[in-house]
Design a protein around this ligand. Structure first.
Ligand code: NAD
Ligand code: ZN
Length: 363
């Protein structure tokens, strides 16, 4: 499967399929990547032993000069220290302005390698080879960043890749918990944009959880497609792009309070989406949305309630430090029906607090 993210001269293709990594050289030739300039692969310590050798070999056999820089796995690698390490590796490997930096990994590697590509020599070419389901989201849209100890994703840029090569064979090594968490973001794309796909997700949970190749490539295709439509219409997050934040207001706060690792991003936003559906009820949108949302996440083995030990005050203060907060009301994405959301600016902090309390009781 193939689709294009339409961004004028920065448009780029996304290829999704089983075993397509074997054609990496042909894809690189199509994208006109130069064999005269060295390439640098960024990956992490978990992905490297599983998939790095194969990619290095394919590229070297195809005549590309390529080296790899391996960072520790996990969110803490999205740091200025790791960025410096990548720049060092890029200089040692002799990268020039026509070189490309390749991200082979999940969203952490994608964001880090992407920011390295955006900043090295004021910007070199960038290729995404996602290895997590969640990375269908992070690899489309061009947002790249590292974290500061005080704030996530605060040092970043917009830097679109040349291409995204999404081989579902690389996903087969994912631990089940990462599979579920990644699917949470796929389901989100249905909930904000596509009622039919939402129903499809409800009907195909078993296949997706088993990583069935046909189901998975279809789901990733639709997920990438929804994201790319939204991003094409609003590259810089002026308005529409905000709808991608469904479930993220509460989700980000839960991740911060629980400590990264206890709740995965996909798990936190599943809870957040159930919360948004509850809020929709308070705005008079009927209980169907809440039922569908909650049933869906339960079917996928994702959490739908806030762990009782997380303190409401801490969650609220994590949320109100969030940039989406302004003077007593917050910008909030709520579903109005399945497959549609609205950006509301009149949700009060008090209302959100009530939802947080209710989410602790959700069974
Ligand atoms: P991740 O990159 O940390 O990957 C999750 C875990 O799975 C890691 O331990 C990793 O080593 C391991 N892993 C990756 N691929 C594997 C494979 N094929 N087999 C076995 N293990 C594998 O995290 P993620 O969930 O992919 O991404 C989360 C990050 O993405 C966050 O930092 C978030 O901020 C970012 N993100 C960015 C955007 C964006 O628009 N740029 C959007 C969403 C999320
Ligand atoms: Zn997300």
């Amino acid at each position: 499967r193939e689709l294009t993210v339409e961004l004028g001269e920065r448009s780029y293709p996304i290829y999704i399929g089983q075993g397509i990594i074997n054609q990496i050289v042909a894809y690189f030739d199509r994208a006109k990547l130069s064999r005269k300039s060295p390439l640098l692969i960024v990956t992490d310590e978990t992905v490297a032993p599983l998939h790095l050798e194969r990619v290095l070999t394919l590229l070297r056999e195809g005549g590309f000069a390529v080296t790899a820089c391996v960072v520790p796995a996990g969110e803490t690698s999205k740091s200025l220290a790791q960025l410096e390490g990548i720049i060092t590796a890029a200089l040692q490997a002799g990268l020039d302005r026509s070189s490309a930096i390749l991200a082979l990994g999940g969203g952490v590697v994608g964001d880090l390698a992407g920011f390295a590509a955006a900043s090295f020599m004021r910007g070199v070419r960038f290729v995404q080879i996602p290895t997590t389901i969640l990375a269908h989201d992070s690899s489309v849209g061009g947002k790249v960043a590292v974290n500061h100890p005080m704030a996530k994703n605060i040092i970043g840029a917009f830097h679109q890749p040349e291409l995204v090569l999404f081989d579902i064979e690389l996903l087969l090594t994912l631990p089940p918990r990462e599979v579920k968490a990644g699917l949470s973001e796929v389901i989100k794309h249905g909930l904000i944009w596509d009622a039919e796909f939402t129903q499809w997700c409800a009907d195909h949970a078993d296949e997706l959880l088993d990583l069935d190749p046909d189901a998975l490539s279809y789901a990733l295709y639709i997920g990438c497609k929804v994201k790319s439509i939204v991003v094409s219409q609003d590259e810089r997050e002026n308005d529409l792009r905000a709808i991608l934040n469904l479930g993220h207001t509460i989700g980000h706060a839960l991740e911060a309070v629980a400590g990264y690792g206890e709740l995965l991003h996909g798990e936190a936003i599943a809870i957040g989406m159930v919360g948004a559906a509850k809020l929709a009820q308070q705005f008079g949108y009927g209980e169907e949305i809440h039922k569908v949302t909650k049933d869906m996440f339960q079917k996928y083995g994702l959490p739908v309630r806030i762990p009782a030990h997380l303190d409401t005050d801490s969650i609220m203060s994590a949320m109100t430090h969030d940039k989406k907060f302004k003077e007593g009301t917050m910008v909030y994405i709520i579903p109005t029906e399945i497959g549609k959301v609205e950006i509301r600016k009149d949700v009060t902090v008090h209302q959100v607090r009530e939802i947080v309390e209710l989410l602790k009781e959700e069974s």
